[in-house]
Design a protein around this ligand. Sequence first.
Ligand SMILES: CCC[C@H](NC(=O)CCC(=O)O)C(=O)O
Ligand SMILES: NC(=O)OP(=O)(O)O
Length: 313
Amino acid sequence: MNFCSINDVDNPQGWVDEALALKKEIETYGPKVYTGKSICLLFFNPSLRTRLSMQKASFNLGIQSFIFNLNQEGWQLEFEDGTVMNGYTSEHIKEAAGVLSSYFDAIGVRSFASLSNKEEDYTEKVFNQFVKHCSIPVINMESATLHPLQSLADMITIKEFAQVKKPKVVLSWAPHPKALPQAVANSFLQWAGQMDYDFVVTHPEGYELAPEFMQGARLEYDQKKAFEGADFIYAKNWSSYEEYGQILSQDKKWMIDKVKMNLTNNAKFMHCLPVRRNVIVTDEVIDSENSIVMQQAAHRVTSANLVLRKLIG
Ligand SMILES: CCC[C@H](NC(=O)CCC(=O)O)C(=O)O
Ligand SMILES: NC(=O)OP(=O)(O)O
């Protein structure tokens, strides 16, 4: 079993409840004794939360974790099958995946979108080569188009803070100086679509997400209208999917501020972090009692606990 996307999860709402129950179990009985199991966490890109929450969750479940920063520490990998490797790549993913499979009980992979090759990104070429050539479970620690560990943590957080049975949840685009992947937004769409939410996406024209992820989610181009009566505001930047990887707007009017939050039903503010303060959201909002970004980040451990137990616990 892998944890590539929500498609590997038989009952997403059930996983949210199981994760909260496992969190209580660990808080009550403490971390499990060493099981002899091990996991290697492979990173092509930077990380704070994903890296450390996966190590903490490994500790909680008695699993030894190893970190490997591929760009700084590994050989340049070849992901194309059949290539004559007389260029700059030193090792084929077939060998690398085979060796990792012989050393560990599972691996995690972080490999962000190129934002230049839409076809390779949206077929998950890099991540799927690890899945294809590994004989052990593979966990998605943010791939080109998805971030399921983050999304499970997000669903757990909303479950914990929801005051009503069917909360209004708004995914709002916000400006950013860099071109960022659509992965967090895509994954949030997938998981929110499986929950009992009144779910709305709001973004400027030109930032439409891939149809396969929008899957009938309600879209509102008027951000203020989208915010009306909301219970949760989930802010995230992403670059254009249509004009792939491009920044079409850095319109400061889309920054989340108190005036917009006052349109909501006293909504909680969420962001996956890292966040650009006073670009994505004002200090006033992210420092307010309505901000639950810390609790959300803490649930990255809750999320990782359950995924590790499901796959190798
Ligand atoms: C969990 C989020 C990871 C990543 N975020 C960034 O790359 C932000 C980098 C920055 O703000 O410089 C993203 O948007 O996918
Ligand atoms: N939200 C998240 O995945 O954070 P990192 O990029 O720091 O792991």
